[in-house]
Write a protein that binds this ligand. Structure first.
Ligand code: B3K
Ligand code: ZN
Length: 885
């Protein structure tokens, strides 16, 4: 147990900084174990500070302080105070500008938390967001302190031939004892969380980009030597992103150089440091034989995301960390739009909503729920959440929906013009949207302050007598921690009406002279209950509501199987078409779940889904990726989220039964489509080839459910013949989850083939940990002692422990609690090494209230065991204590 309860930080306590830093000069004497950092800060008291007599308090953690010099004079030890988290200088000048020089030493090799300066393989690199800079030197480590930086890196020429930092490389030279130095200057003022340095033996892929206004930008991707053949896709993605931001948002890049470095040890996906992005290798490296189509798409998305931060995050940053969604929600929205424009808009929307509903909705319904703009935190790293990122992006998307494309662009233009170079708030962003469009978004702002997923209930009554349809909408929002009562949200409800032939009908509201120009219109729902009356409808229409998932809400519309099948067949809105299939499948599965819970052994599911799929498979299709999604069943987690008390065993059994039934009934169709689309197009990444692979592998997935010698052969054949990772891993996944005798041999073969490719080895771990068959926990435990397992590498931890606890509900929730024990043990081991990753891994245990009593006991016991650990980090403490409630 911790000795003291860690401190909570509140948004309401925000005050401007007491001191400002104008210029920063940093000199690093680089060494893996003993790195000396000299920091020269030009500072002054902030006239806007709240306390004229406040001492200078600099943040710092895990630093060895060597000396402090103020205005040229070395301070004596009684002139400053050092605490575990700060350096306090009471005598700092109150009026004039002064120079503060601090020398500290750090040990990057001991830094397993991967925050601050650390060692990844043999490379030195940094991660400063949110509060890692204070592990490099004493500083005002907060985003509203923006300074210009000059950085000199000094290191051994052999160990660190490449020396990188933010901005432009302005000077370099040789030193004695085989050392050299490089100086970097960043002309743009920035908060310290955007500082970066990288030093190591790296190879570089170079290219160039000419901006819309004709400036030349050098592009460089740095990787370890053996990875240089896997950078082409990342480079192309970067150029695509740069062009897209010019076209879609009118934003150009602002330095002469853009660098990306890929590192193997990284807590998150990537980091947008000014001019020097540091990336998890997972989001850079790709070759057709090592990366799947999904990997390729994610790489382009993340490269885009970090690039887009240059304007939404770097040029305009956050005033404080409560405003994190200002940059993250907006930038996720931007990367979603980028991918939508580059691939298929409908498919991208479905994938994004799937993530939101499967994961963010759970967060919003549990003890860790928080608003998009949180009001308090213990550890800010715990708030890089699906709510801040994905729901935050939905909030931005709703503004886009309400204001229209043009209005939204006027809002962002004003935002960039007004706030360039500033550290601002979510409210500043909304104000730009309001002012550019002459609208009042007072109610809309509740999306930033209220947690929880609103529920929208919709009923529609048709009157043949006056050819009208009355649509009634009721909204509510469940209580969340600290917010027992909610005000209504401003919900953009995009809606269409389908006629009996499935075609869209003209939309005319009562009182309007003519129908609306478009067949989808956005209704503004702002009250707890509202009614909309559509007229001129000679026959009863079917309502297609929340088209494109126009708001992050749970929609309830009472519909029969026939109406859902009708929408799945006809809706012109890609998202709603898919969603009708999801609702149909969910209802059928929930029915099976109920029967199983009541002790009946259902043999058959309702035939509506099979028939709907049969119809889909008989159609000609342009977008095969879309068809693949239409054929996908809702996840076990999603079905669980629809139940009062989750029964993981019954859900799994029901889903398996339905899958097998579909496979049996439609085996001929799946075989035919498989044969039609199975061809070698390795290395082709156009929409058609990707669509064919996707559909072919969905067919293979269903066929594998039959679990016969014949299907085992088919999978093994694909596995052995595949020349691209999409096909190889899909086939291996089928084998691992089957009874095929060959699966052990195939797994071993795969490992031998790819043992040198860390990212592929991650897939090998994840596949085994995600296997839904009994015995998986034993396999996972054994894999902990596999020579390739490494608790210090977050990707590896996620691929084993994360895959087991987050993608394998039936084994994780084993009734005897063994899955929870496994997770608790790993969280405890990680707590000492990497608290950020430990806290993230532990989140599934927060869902304990949704399960039955026996599981509740086991889950809370696991949480208590974690809390009782001596030395529990504040990251883990916050998640575990809030989970227990
Ligand atoms: N801004 C970084 C996240 C840093 C996480 C710190 N715990 C990645 C991104 O969202 O682009
Ligand atoms: Zn981001």
């Amino acid at each position: 147990m911790r000795e003291a309860t860690p401190k909570t930080v509140y948004l309401k306590d925000y005050t401007p900084p007491e001191y400002l830093i104008g210029q920063v000069e940093l000199t690093f004497l680089l060494d893996e174990r003993d790195c000396q950092v000299t920091s020269r800060l030009r500072m002054q008291k902030n006239p806007a500070g709240a306390d004229a007599s406040a001492p200078l308090v600099l943040d710092g953690e895990n630093l060895k302080l060597e000396s402090v010099r103020l205005a040229g004079r070395v301070l004596q030890e009684d002139e400053y105070q050092v605490t575990p988290e700060s350096l306090i200088i009471p005598g700092a000048p109150k009026v004039e500008v002064f120079l503060l020089e601090i020398v500290t030493r750090i040990d990057p090799s001991a830094n397993t938390a991967l925050e601050g300066l650390y060692l990844s393989n043999d490379m030195l690199c940094t991660q400063c967001e949110a509060q890692g800079f204070r592990r490099i030197t004493y500083f005002l480590d907060r985003p509203d302190v923006m300074a210009s930086y000059s950085v000199t890196l000094i290191g051994d020429k052999w160990r660190f031939p490449v020396l990188l930092s933010n901005g432009n490389r302005v000077a370099a030279g040789q030193l004695k004892k085989n050392r050299h130095w490089v100086r970097w200057e960043d002309p743009h003022k920035k908060p310290c969380y955007l500082f970066a340095l990288v030093a190591g033996r790296l190879e570089c892929l170079e290219d160039a980009y000419t901006t819309a206004s004709g400036r030349e930008v050098a592009l460089q991707i740095y990787v370890e030597k053996h990875d240089i053949d896997k950078c082409d896709h990342a480079m192309q993605s970067l150029k695509n992103a740069m062009r897209w931001d010019e076209e879609a948002f009118g934003r150009e890049y602002d330095l002469d150089l853009y660098m990306i470095v890929a590192v193997s040890h990284f807590n998150m996906g990537a980091m947008e440091n000014k001019g020097l992005n540091v990336f998890n290798t997972k989001y850079v490296l790709a070759r057709p034989d090592t990366a799947t189509d999904a990997d390729y798409e994610h790489i382009e998305g993340v490269i885009g995301h970090e690039y887009f931060h240059n304007w939404t995050g770097n040029r305009i940053t956050c005033r404080d960390w409560f405003q994190l969604s200002l940059k993250e929600g907006l930038t996720v929205f931007r990367d979603q739009e980028f991918t939508a424009d580059r691939t298929s808009r409908g498919v991208k929307r479905i994938e994004d909503v799937n993530l939101l509903r499967n994961r963010q909705f759970l967060e919003d319904a549990g003890p860790l729920a928080h608003p998009v703009r949180p009001e308090s935190y213990i550890e800010i790293n715990n708030f890089y959440t699906l709510t801040v990122y994905e729901k935050g992006a939905e909030v931005v998307r709703m503004l886009h929906t309400l204001l229209g494309k043009e209005g939204f662009r006027q809002g962002t233009d004003l935002y960039f013009e007004r706030h360039d170079g500033q550290a601002v708030t979510c409210d500043d962003f909304v104000r730009c949207m309001e002012e550019a469009n002459g609208v009042d978004l007072a109610l809309f702002r509740r999306w930033y302050s209220q947690a929880g997923t609103p529920v929208l209930r919709l009923t529609a009554d048709y009157s043949a007598a006056d050819a009208s349809l009355t649509v009634r909408v009721k909204q509510s929002c469940p209580p969340t921690p600290g917010q027992p009562v909610k005000e209504p949200h401003h919900i953009p409800l995009a809606l269409g009406l389908l006629g009996p032939d499935g075609a869209d009908l003209p939309l005319q509201l009562e009182g309007e002279g003519a129908p609306h120009a478009a067949t989808t219109r956005v209704l503004s729902v702002t009250e707890a209950e509202q009614t909309f009356r559509f007229v001129n409808l000679p026959a009863k229409p079917v309502v297609s509501a929340l088209r494109g998932f126009s708001a992050p809400v749970r929609l309830h519309v009472l519909r029969g199987y026939d109406e859902l099948a009708f929408l799945l067949r006809h809706d012109s809105d890609a998202f709603n078409r898919w969603d009708a299939g999801q609702v149909l499948a969910s209802q059928i599965m929930l029915n099976l779940v109920e029967q199983i819970i009541e002790g009946e052994q259902p043999k058959k599911a309702d035939p509506h889904l099979v028939e709907a799929y049969r119809h889909l498979l008989a159609q000609p299709w342009e977008d095969l990726s879309f068809l693949s999604l239409l054929l996908g069943l809702p996840s076990e987690d999603y079905i669980g989220s629809l139940m009062k008390i989750i029964d993981p065993d019954a859900i799994h059994a029901a889903r398996q039964l339905l899958k097998k039934e579909i496979a049996t009934a439609l085996a001929d169709d799946f075989r035919r489509l498989y044969a039609e689309h199975h061809r070698d197009e390795s290395g082709r990444f156009d929409a058609q080839a990707i669509g064919r692979r996707r559909l072919k592998n969905v067919c293979l997935g269903y066929l594998a459910e039959l679990d016969t010698d014949d299907t085992h052969r088919l999978c093994a054949e694909q596995f052995h013949q595949a020349r691209n990772m999409t096909d190889q891993i899909a086939a291996l996944g089928c084998l691992v989850n089957s009874s095929a005798a060959a699966k052990g041999a195939c797994l071993a073969e795969f490992y031998e083939q790819w043992r040198e490719e860390a990212l592929v080895v991650d897939k090998w771990f994840a596949l085994q940990a995600g296997c839904h068959l009994p015995g998986t926990l034993d396999v996972a435990r054994e894999l902990l002692s596999h020579p390739a397992f490494d608790l210090k590498n977050p990707n590896r931890v996620r691929s084993l422990v994360g895959a087991f606890s987050q993608s394998n509900p039936v084994r994780f929730h084993a009734l005897d609690g063994s899955g929870y024990d496994f997770l608790a043990e790993q969280v405890i081991a990680l707590n000492a090494l990497n608290p950020q990753i430990a806290a993230r891994l532990l989140a599934p245990l927060s869902q304990w209230r949704r399960l039955d009593e026996a599981r509740q006991r086991a889950m809370t016991a696991a949480l208590k065991r974690i809390m009782a650990e001596p030395g529990v980090s504040k990251d883990v403490y916050e998640v575990a204590s809030k989970s227990l409630g």
